[in-house]
Design a protein around this ligand. Sequence first.
Ligand SMILES: Nc1ncnc2c1ncn2[C@@H]1O[C@H](COP(=O)(O)OP(=O)(O)OP(=O)(O)O)[C@@H](O)[C@H]1O
Ligand SMILES: [Mg+2]
Length: 365
Amino acid sequence: MGFKMGIVGLPNVGKSTLFNALTKTAAAQAANFPFCTIEPNIGEVAVPDARLDKLAATAGSKQIIPTRMTFVDIAGLVKGASKGEGLGNQFLANIREVDAIAHVLRCFEDDDVTHVEDRVDPVADADTIETELMLADLESIEKRRAGLVRKLKGGDKEAVTQDRLLAAAQAALEEGKPARTVQVDAEDLKAWKMLQLLTSKPILYVCNVDEGSAGAGNDFSARVAEMAAEQGAASVVISAQIEEEISQLDPEEAEMFLTEMGLDEAGLDRLIRAGYELLHLETYFTVGPKEARAWTIPAGTPAPKAAGVIHGDFEKGFIRAETIAYDDFVTLGGEQKAKDAGKMRAEGKQYIVKDGDVLHFLFNT
Ligand SMILES: Nc1ncnc2c1ncn2[C@@H]1O[C@H](COP(=O)(O)OP(=O)(O)OP(=O)(O)O)[C@@H](O)[C@H]1O
Ligand SMILES: [Mg+2]
């Protein structure tokens, strides 16, 4: 499956620095000039989950394999981007392809680091980007609706749904509201997602603050948090520069460094988890002596589909899932003991997997 989070924002706000920190590489060129990034950088990031370590310790698993999420570092956008300014439309396709947006906002003062608009104002920056995305959506909606006219005359059912959804998005956008404010019925969700509207994607604001504000945030990030709350969006505070430094350290050094800075965990972990929540993703585990492994599923996934994440055959030949809740597994002391205590359930095809389930799939091939 794979879930993709796009890193979006004005040029030179720290997107590539953040990407490098997340992927613990120097894969993306990060430098103090606008439009440093042109081609998107794509990287997979382990989703931190303390439960996985506990499960591995309980079962004596040799290897720990976290689940992963993809981040895409996208070129910076500027005012007029929807009309071709800056890198123009090139980046829009990159944004269309992601499942959610991490919108990086500059929340640090530093006269040496260029701001494309020569001032630090994250709320205005957020507005600049959102406006461009809304304009791009409006333009693409107009084009697409014009392209549907013939099919609509023919009564094509799919076209009718598409046009109805596009019209709803258009109405919101014309009122200056992003497409994500449109209430979509459950049965339309799939078609809605297929429209890939830029402003329909869930958004997480990332406040890139100065080193000293990594713990408590600053006035800029407080204003972003306020704006996010008004929109019903999430925001996290992070210092991309510090995170990049921490990501280069070995785990013990990193822990010491975090303590020194008064942080209880790396901002990246919070960011990755926030992204996971934003996408309504959940985790189930497979645990044995060889490995303890985490797998990602959308919330509400039935057992056979969850099995299919491991292998298509698991889904096709699904018989049942031996299921132990995470807490039972850990407090009772592993699979056998949980089973002895009557805490292993045999779940069938209708079972909706719960976050934290430890599963063992039985299947036919
Ligand atoms: N929290 C921070 N505090 C101070 N400087 C920072 C911080 N985060 C990033 N920077 C600096 O800002 C500059 C731009 O960073 P980066 O290249 O990551 O931006 P970008 O958003 O990817 O830009 P572009 O859109 O041009 O690709 C770099 O010099 C980086 O070191
Ligand atoms: Mg960059």
